[in-house]
Design a protein around this ligand. Sequence first.
Ligand SMILES: Cc1ncc(C[n+]2csc(CCOP(=O)(O)OP(=O)(O)O)c2C)c(N)n1
Ligand SMILES: [Mg+2]
Length: 321
Amino acid sequence: MELNLGKEKLIEMYKKMLQIRSFEEKVFELYAQNHVPGTIHLYAGQEAVAVGICCTLRKDDYITSTHRGHGHCIAKGAQLKRIMAEILGKKTGYCKGKGGSMHIADFDVGMLGATAVVGAGIPIAMGAGLSIKLKGTDNVVACFFGDGASNQGTFHESINMAAVWKLPVIFACENNVYAMGTRQSTVMLVENVADRAIAYGIPGVTVDGNDVLAVYEAARKAVDRARKGEGPTLIECKTYRHKGHSRIDPAKYRPKEEVEEWLRKDPVGRFRTKLLQTKALMEAEIQQIEKEVLTEIEGAVKFAMESPSPAPEEALEDVYA
Ligand SMILES: Cc1ncc(C[n+]2csc(CCOP(=O)(O)OP(=O)(O)O)c2C)c(N)n1
Ligand SMILES: [Mg+2]
């Protein structure tokens, strides 16, 4: 990984990765204390993907997300306190506390929404790409989805249409080895999700998804291509979730050695070490960022905990019928 991005960008990247990690640790703790009414799918371990991709985007660009979406929201610049409030089912959350973890969207920062339906974000990204093309602006949309979602029809149909119409979409597959308890290699005969790009005539690249700079570099090329009207790219980021699939999954299907190997490749720790080794940032500067992030997270928790729950009579408001 190369560090020629400028100090400001590196600080932004480290800070966002740390925000996601600390946020997810806090959510896990709050869940254990029974403060989270719905389910949760934690993003810890995959931070380099959301941050590497989103740090190449402008505020007026778009993203679509998945059921594992907290990291995408944070990386695109959504407010920590309102994400936390939504997860805790509070009125100040992005969906007024009525959606929970998998229903967070923030149009102000181009975050078009998380979804509980695996593969459902992919056609939404394709549609956003089509709208950009019809409006004639130079925006792009990054579409996050998992290895499991890449076996859904929505993936194949959307990517083909985006390819044919040269839509400005970056298809970012987070290959974290598993779809719930199913190992990717048992349900796909090609080794890499990126190998599928050739079937649609677009570039496909596989990158180390635990190296934020490698993800950033691949995303930068894909974004440039998309902005110039040259069409979509499929980027596969090889990564790993630290926890089980959702809050109730102890992930016993994962060999101990495999988990240990991936923990050694932890994206946050690796980036921290890299920043220090290359003297891009000094220890004191890093500690300052870490302190700031912890304060922000504490503020978000306090805000969410002190916010009111929605009233029962509001249950049918904001519903399309
Ligand atoms: C259409 C659909 N089928 C099945 C499910 C149940 N389900 C929820 S998450 C998941 C696995 C998704 O795996 P992947 O796309 O690799 O994402 P990851 O959880 O690994 O981030 C499944 C099968 C669902 N929510 N929606
Ligand atoms: Mg997966």
